[in-house]
Design a protein around this ligand. Structure first.
Ligand SMILES: Cc1cc2nc3c(=O)[nH]c(=O)nc-3n(C[C@H](O)[C@H](O)[C@H](O)COP(=O)(O)OP(=O)(O)OC[C@H]3O[C@@H](n4cnc5c(N)ncnc54)[C@H](O)[C@@H]3O)c2cc1C
Length: 396
């Protein structure tokens, strides 16, 4: 009697690996994860860290399209804030006192988590307080400060906002335009570059893998797993990563992966001056409901915003510079922030945020295996870590 061999060959699987030039070693070690996070901004990295903290043995991969994070997290102005009076009063009017308090709490707790993880020294966190500059038409905010303080009292147990009108001239702002100043001692500032770099390091030390230059082009999901496709120049076609669960943290760029999401991109322009030896202020400052913002960075001034003066053009995911806004910012620097002082603008850049119909971010499940954490508006430094924690919990 002859021996018969049953040789089973999965031709389809072989064909797939040949076509995509994936080696045995890549297939075994680089493709399959327990969790994949798409997007390596503050939310993506924070989510990955929280996933690793909750599931010590799990494998976690972050896929970031840029060489370094390329959305908002490395482009922002480094304000560690939970909202100017103008913004918060507008929030009270639109979403109510309870939801506003909840939002502020989320920002405040997120900031504490970030500081605890990375350390104030590492991220150059400084608390010089924050100020809102009021023009005549915004002076009504002073009449509503008590309401705002009472709304936030359960969280801070102190009256956070107070008038500091007397400092308008000592800071060098023109009293002809700036009529009021509201102070918040709890606002801080940090070095965004140091923060993001140390967050990457923190994630790596926690065991998170990060691949950069990896733009996800599409997703697939079935009962067993999610598949994430990334174009690869050095493999023919695309590489298909697999994960048990998936977190989408691509903020303003998320519609490419999930077109039905309710979000609008919003471009922000920022500039920095060279050091000004006799700079008269320290801290973070904002006006026009937070649409304009500036701070000291050492003796330099970081200044940005003005999106509200050309909202339609700025609903863009392109990193172009809008000349109308650039000129407006230069004019505001000359007339409001540094009147009568010599300054040179050293650098100008843009970043892309994501907005919705109100300030509430999106942190929810898209399906059993996929969670989404996006739409942080202009306050991601504060909310980012907290959103990562919530998203990781959702994916449990
Ligand atoms: C000009 C400007 C100033 C700001 N100033 C402040 C401030 O002072 N204080 C503050 O708290 N907040 C500020 N913000 C807002 C803050 O930066 C954001 O809320 C926060 O960075 C959002 O983080 P994120 O991780 O959700 O998004 P992002 O940082 O945008 O991260 C998303 C990441 O996903 C990546 N990605 C996108 N699509 C894909 C894909 N298909 N595949 C792989 N990767 C992908 C992107 O490259 C990006 O790195 C500012 C924002 C801007 C633009």
């Amino acid at each position: 009697m002859g021996t018969s061999f049953a040789v089973k060959v999965d031709y389809l699987a072989i064909l797939w690996y040949i076509v995509h030039m994936i080696s045995l070693w890549e297939k075994n070690s680089f493709i399959q994860y327990d969790f994949i996070v798409i997007g390596g901004g503050i939310v993506g990295l924070s989510t990955a860290i929280s996933l690793k903290e909750r599931h010590k043995k799990a494998t976690v991969l972050v896929l970031e399209r840029g060489m370094f994070p390329s959305g908002a997290s490395t482009k922002n102005a480094g304000f560690a804030c939970f909202g100017s009076p103008g913004e918060l009063l507008a929030d009270i009017d639109t979403i109510g006192e309870d939801a506003t308090l909840q939002l502020v709490q989320q920002r405040w707790e997120g900031l504490q988590l970030l500081r605890n993880r990375l350390g104030d020294k590492t991220i150059d966190f400084q608390m010089h307080g924050g100020y809102s500059l009021l023009k005549q038409e915004e002076m009504d905010q002073l009449n509503r400060l008590d309401t705002l303080n009472e709304t936030l009292y359960p969280l801070f147990e102190e009256m956070v906002f107070s008038s500091r009108e007397e400092q308008i001239t000592s800071f060098g702002f023109p009293a002809s335009t700036i009529k009021g100043l509201i102070y918040n001692p709890l606002e801080g500032q940090l070095d965004t570059g140091k923060m993001m770099k140390s967050l990457q390091l923190f994630a790596s030390q926690a065991g998170v893998e990060i691949l950069t230059g990896a733009e996800v082009s599409r997703l697939e999901e079935d009962e067993e797993m999610t598949r994430v496709f990334v174009e690869s120049k050095y493999n023919t076609g695309e590489i298909c990563f697999r994960a048990g669960k998936l977190a989408i943290c691509t903020n303003a760029f998320s519609k490419k992966l999930l077109p039905a999401l309710e979000l609008q991109p919003g471009r922000g322009l920022v500039m920095v001056t060279s050091p000004i030896p006799s700079l008269k202020f320290k801290g973070v400052f904002h006006y026009e409901e937070g649409y304009f913002y500036f701070r000291n960075f050492g003796n330099s001034v970081i200044f940005g915003g003005g999106r509200n003066h050309d909202l339609q053009t700025e609903e863009s995911t392109d990193f172009d510079i809008n000349k109308k806004i650039l000129n407006l910012l230069m004019q505001q620097l000359e007339e409001i922030i540094l009147p009568g002082q010599d300054f040179v603008v050293d650098q100008v850049w843009t970043g892309i945020m994501a907005f919705g119909p109100n300030k509430l971010p999106i942190c929810r499940k898209h399906s059993d295996r996929i969670g989404v954490g996006i739409r942080l508006g202009g306050m991601g430094i504060a909310i980012g870590s907290q959103m990562g924690l919530q998203l990781a919990e959702l994916l449990d």
